[in-house]
Design a protein around this ligand. Sequence first.
Ligand code: GTP
Ligand code: MG
Ligand code: ZN
Length: 310
Amino acid sequence: MDGLVIKSTGSWHTVRDNSGNYINCKIKGQFRIKGLKTTNPIAIGDRVNFVLQEKEDIGVIDKIYERTNYIIRKATKLSKVSHIIASNLDQAIVIVTLTKPRTSTGFIDRFLLTAEAYHIPAIIIFNKIDLYDELLWKKHNEIKVLYEEIGYQCYEVSVLEKINIDQIKNLLKDKTSLFAGHSGVGKSALINELESTLNIKTGEISDFHKKGKHTTTFAEMHDLSNGGLLIDTPGIKEFGLINFEVSEVAERFPEMRKYMLNCKFNNCTHVHEPGCAVLKAFENGKISYSRYKNYLNIINDDYFSEKQFN
Ligand SMILES: Nc1nc2c(ncn2[C@@H]2O[C@H](COP(=O)(O)OP(=O)(O)OP(=O)(O)O)[C@@H](O)[C@H]2O)c(=O)[nH]1
Ligand SMILES: [Mg+2]
Ligand SMILES: [Zn+2]
């Protein structure tokens, strides 16, 4: 029987079959994707085939259908293994807060890069705008304009004050979407607000660190009543990138991609080469400082230290 993986907790996977039944499934044997070392062979969003073990009331997954795409990361940049956050997505949404907790542009850019690598439309939702003072609004507007100019859709939301929730409902309609972001940004709270029948556990922000407490521990796909599937995920501390080639990194920055064809050398890393069209665009203000800085950070972790420019 065919089904969709809607939750994974280690060795058990909840699969929904085409008639809407939920079956607890295990995996048979080993699944390995060539060249990909992952901690999870089955990811949420996977379409699978399983065999029902009638006596036990469980299923055994024996096949994963080819993934159209996926979002993947390493726990930290030093980890050897990767984790597939979710597969077969129509859109990947990063929930960002500028305070409680603060999301850095480095985190946003790593997320966007990964989505670009698999051609998944990426969207940014800024939550907790109720907490903004004048300074944060200023910062917010700068960041929002920056990403919108590159071509990313941005939304401004407050779950607490129920601001712009309908916009998000429209955005998610009839699509399979992923919510990702740091712990405490309000991913689960926003889903509860979008779908009043759900009662997902949400957590406080710690007073001292102003960070979330990792309340959601497993990714789970939820049904939206106006059509659509939405994946809630555990908060991510660091979005470790899998090993992209340097040449690929610039290609995944849409505003760099535009210029790199004009670089003098076709193996240009856009750092110091003469005749580099990307550097020229950066010097002329066509590529933003924060994006270029994050690009350098990505291709060469310590090229610029975060401290120096934050
Ligand atoms: N002020 C304010 N607080 C919010 C808003 N949205 C969510 N919160 C609060 O932020 C806290 C964290 O929310 P969660 O939904 O648990 O965050 P999460 O992103 O799911 O976190 P993890 O499951 O740990 O990854 C809760 O106390 C929410 O009430 C908002 O728009 N404004
Ligand atoms: Mg949560
Ligand atoms: Zn170049």
